[in-house]
Design a protein around this ligand. Structure first.
Ligand code: NAI
Length: 910
């Protein structure tokens, strides 16, 4: 099988609001308003086709072995050089091997898809194992033209190969026709464009259907066999019409991204393909077309492999734009206006080709050195090791710095230095694993830079020598913005020095929990087995990708690939936290699988697999963590239940049993954790993940981002969270609590002779009734009303305790009467009460040898001291308030022997 083994995209951060173009130029070209929706992407002044392609290539190659790449194709119609191998420069920047074919594909908007056909043929022929193809465009357009509105800048990269293919290539065709809708003559700055009607009616509408028809014929298929149709066409209505003509409804047509970034030229078919791959499901077929002086059409089938991949990185580059209304900045960055730059800008910029060639690995690949003797990394690579304790000579090996995590050591924002985007920000960056260098900073405002801030290295243009038509490239530091996290919340240090384990954090909800915790200073163990949705298989990629994301964003994380489903796995996951970070404060039990079957089809294997991961998994991981949390007197534990468990869902008996089992686990663990400040809660999320993409309707899915669940889960993990033993539902920004309520019920019979089924039938309405239902927080509390019901005498109606009138003092006076001597066998305790507010005071109650005495004042040695306000005390005694609620909200404070305090409910009956 051959096909796509990895993909990545890059859309520059800057986005121009199209209305800004209209606001500036609408007086001149009023018709622009008809296409002025959304934003178009545009390059920073130091970005061009090469830098875009390198960034897309890095995204595609993340976590992969670059030495396995045997060929590199670069595609564009706006290369910075017409006679210098552009792919040779990107190949150096991507640190690919020297002994591979590197080629430029150009001169047509479909050069990306044509190169893709070529690369697939090459892989099929066996001369290359893996080929990295990158396509990028930054097309020049005249100000106030429709094309300025329609176009955007961007890049996409595909890795083609034959192992672990995620989209299998099923076949392709190519059609060449010298149809000219526009052209760019040699040496001209802008395209010459023919009438739009011509391009629409004679171009897109005829040539694309012809290529698709040829492909259908070649593969003997129809549009019925296609799930996603990908072809660029910046005429929005025509895009839909062509799809309809081909038999594809809107549900099959992949958006042309006009509102998000605009059409990215030669890259656009591949950019749209990356967009489709972000959500495509195994088995789906994607038809891809490229258009330009003919058309290419290719068919892919998504494989099961995609399910084990971490996706979403491309959606994030699409979403993470920085919108501006500054049209003049856009014009300046594209060299369309020529403001005065000052005489400093006249300094010579000639590049010495000799120096460039000899230092190409350092300049384009950011390769430094590492001492083979002491391991010290340094930039640049030199003959002598910089470590003063080593100083070895001739020991330096090549060390790539481009993907090393780094931080700002010092910086300045210089208004005097020449810069296209003043002030020029530059400073020292320090690599976390050794090495530092002076770097220009890019894609950042001076207000957003800080010492200690994490940075990422990016390949950018350093200068442009206009006189000689040459661009010089080097690596710059891109400060990772600390202001916003994925949920848009302000970054903070809420979790500084805390250590969290998130199970199943390689994808879906767990990934977002991990990222959000890390963004707030928490050190995170990203645990994920990396299997398919049904739990079969495993891969390190999922956990690795999230760890990489956290590190790229400046956070701290380690990966753990163990399964939660075994005791050894659970131990190993918690040990990963202890050995990497020395403690464990937070456990989010989130790992999950599905094996949905109707009950009779549910065999023991599928029953067990689901219970093993969800219920036993939570036990395996939480138990070793709980031991540490008890020792340190602090912990936050979150379990993940589901509406299926809380309320039921057809075909999910295994899953529902496991999920409600977790609520039971929480109910008792909350009591064991109480004394040690260990809070245990449960969340029932609903979110768009691979587990739900088949189940939920598409319009709902869109709104159900995991980012809406994360804030609640993070709240439950905070130190100031007072809740314990609660279940919360969370989805789409709607949050509420679920609980088990118990009705007042009825006493049937006299409590000595069991009633008959007929008696039950007669009293069934009262038994069933939930009017005045109550929530109980432990077993003892739940038993009390039963016992009370009998003590107030058998009845046909509701049982229940009587209320106690009078003040606080009256209650203490009545305490000996309320004492349950028969329940106090073996109990010896002194309870000190400190009651605040009106009528409050101090009393102590001594229980010894099955007797009870109450005295005003302070006891010499109390076992347990109970502090609360008088009003709360009365409400508690009258059954109107709940002890656990008062306790968890801080209204009831218990000092001393916690276990003895739990006897009070049993010893006194009012
Ligand atoms: P997901 O499939 O995207 O993520 C679950 C992760 O758990 C996967 O990355 C998987 O590799 C990992 N995993 C599975 N078995 C594992 C094991 N034995 N050890 C370690 N990792 C393992 O699914 P999603 O939706 O993010 O699910 C997260 C949790 O939320 C699950 O417990 C699920 O049951 C629960 N949930 C999700 C809902 C939703 O609407 N997405 C609804 C209700 C509950």
């Amino acid at each position: 099988m051959i096909g796509i083994v990895s993909y990545g995209g890059y859309i520059p951060r800057l986005r121009l609001n199209r209305m800004a173009i209209y606001r500036h130029m609408g007086w001149f070209a009023p018709a622009l308003v008809t296409v002025a929706q959304g934003e178009r992407s545009f390059c920073n002044w130091d970005e061009d086709v090469l830098t875009l392609a390198v960034e897309a290539g890095r995204n595609c190659l993340r976590g992969r072995d670059r030495s396995r790449v045997d060929g590199h194709y670069l595609c564009s119609t706006s290369f910075p050089f017409t006679d210098r191998l552009n792919a040779g420069i990107s190949k150096e920047a991507l640190n690919l091997r020297d002994d591979l074919p590197a080629m430029d594909f150009s001169s047509s908007q479909r050069c990306g898809t044509s190169a893709l056909l070529t690369a697939l043929d090459v892989v099929k022929g066996g001369s290359c194992g893996e080929v990295l193809l990158a396509a990028a465009d930054k097309r020049p357009t005249r100000p106030a033209s429709f094309y300025e509105m329609w176009y955007g800048d961007g890049a996409a990269a595909l890795l083609l190969g034959s192992e672990n293919v995620l989209a299998e290539y099923l076949g392709g065709v190519s059609l060449a026709k010298d149809f000219v809708g526009h052209y760019r003559g040699a040496g001209r700055d802008f395209d010459y464009t023919w009438e739009e009607r011509w391009i629409r009616d004679e171009g897109y509408s005829k040539i694309i259907p012809e290529a698709v028809g040829a492909l259908f014929e070649k593969l003997s298929i129809t549009m019925e066999d296609v799930d996603h149709l990908v072809f660029p066409c910046f005429f929005k209505a025509e895009h839909r019409k062509i799809a309809k003509k081909l038999g594809a409804g809107p549900e099959k047509l992949i958006d042309n991204l006009h509102e998000v970034c605009g059409e990215t030229g030669a890259a656009h078919p591949l950019v749209m393909l990356c967009h489709a791959l972000e959500t495509a499901k195994p088995g789906e077929r994607i038809l891809l077309c490229g258009f330009g002086q003919g058309a290419d059409a290719l068919l892919f089938r998504v494989t099961d492999e995609i399910a084990s991949r971490e996706r979403g990185a491309f959606l994030r580059t699409l979403e993470n734009g920085c919108a501006t209304e500054n049209y003049m900045k856009f014009l300046k960055f594209r060299d369309l206006i020529d403001p005065e730059m000052g005489i400093r800008a006249e300094a010579p910029t000639q590049t010495a080709m000799t120096v460039l060639y000899r230092n190409r690995k350092m300049l384009h690949g950011l390769i430094g050195g590492k001492c083979a003797s002491c391991g010290t990394a340094q930039f640049p690579k030199m003959d002598i090791c910089v470590n003063p304790d080593c100083r070895a000579t001739g020991t330096q090996t090549e060390h790539p710095f481009a993907d090393e995590p780094a931080r700002v050591k010092s910086f300045t924002a210089d208004l005097l230095a020449v810069s296209v985007d003043p002030p020029a920000i530059y400073g020292m960056v320090e690599f976390e694993n050794g090495g530092r260098f002076m770097a220009d900073f890019t894609d950042v405002e001076k207000e957003d830079v800080a010492v200690g801030q994490p940075v990422r290295m990016v390949f950018r243009k350093r200068y442009t020598d206009k006189e000689r038509g040459f661009s010089g490239y080097f690596w710059k530091a891109l400060p990772i913005l600390q202001k916003k996290t994925e949920t848009g919340a302000s970054r903070s240090s809420d979790f500084d020095d805390r250590v969290a384990v998130v199970t199943g954090a390689g994808a879906g909800l767990g990934r977002v929990y991990a990222l959000e915790l890390a963004a707030r200073g928490c050190k995170v163990v990203v645990n994920d087995l990396g299997g398919a949705a049904d739990g079969r298989g495993d891969s390190k990629n999922a956990a690795d990708a999230v760890v990489e994301e956290i590190r790229q964003a400046g956070g701290e994380a380690v990966a753990s690939y163990d399964s939660v489903a075994t005791p050894e796995g659970g131990e190993a996951i918690i040990n990963a936290a202890l050995s990497a970070f020395g403690r464990i404060d937070i456990v989010i039990n989130n790992a999950g699988i599905l094996r949905d079957r109707s009950f009779l089809k549910l065999g023991p294997e599928d029953w067990k697999a689901v219970l093993d991961v969800h219920l036993a998994g939570a036990y395996h991981v939480t138990r070793p963590a709980f031991a540490k949390m008890r020792e340190q007197g602090y912990g936050r534990i979150v379990f993940t239940t589901s509406a299926a468990g809380l309320f039921g869902n057809f075909g999910q008996t295994n899953y529902s049993a496991a999920k409600l089992g977790l609520v039971g686990l929480m109910n008792s663990l909350k009591l064991e954790g109480l004394k040690y400040d260990i809070k245990v809660n449960t969340v029932a999320p609903i979110a768009r993940t691979r587990l739900t993409e088949d189940i939920l309707p598409p319009d709902l899915l869109e709104r159900m981002r995991p980012e809406f669940v994360a804030p609640l889960v993070l709240y439950l993990c905070r130190e100031d969270c007072e809740e314990s033993g609660q279940v919360f539902n969370a989805a789409m920004g709607y949050y509420n609590r679920s609980a088990i309520f118990t009705g007042p019920g009825a006493v049937v019979g006299d409590g000595r002779t069991p009633p008959t089924p007929e008696d039950i039938h007669r009293h069934f309405d009262a038994i069933h009734d939930l009017g005045n239902a109550r929530e109980y927080h432990n077993l003892t509390e739940a038993l009390n009303p039963m016992i009370d019901a009998f003590e107030s005498g058998p009845a046909d109606g509701n049982g229940g305790g009587s209320s106690e009138p009078g003040g606080v003092a009256a209650i203490f006076k009545r305490m000996p009467e309320a004492f349950q001597a028969d329940k106090s066998e073996g109990v010896s305790a002194v309870f000190q009460y400190v009651i605040g507010g009106d009528g409050g005071g101090e009393w102590f109650v001594t229980v010894k040898e099955q007797t009870c005495s109450v005295q005003k004042g302070r006891a010499d040695a109390a076992d347990t001291t109970i502090k609360m306000d008088g009003a709360d005390f009365l409400a508690l005694m009258q059954g109107k308030a709940n002890a656990m609620n008062l306790f968890t909200t801080g209204k009831l404070k218990v000092e001393g022997d916690m276990m003895k305090s739990q006897l009070i409910g049993k010893l006194f009956r009012f």
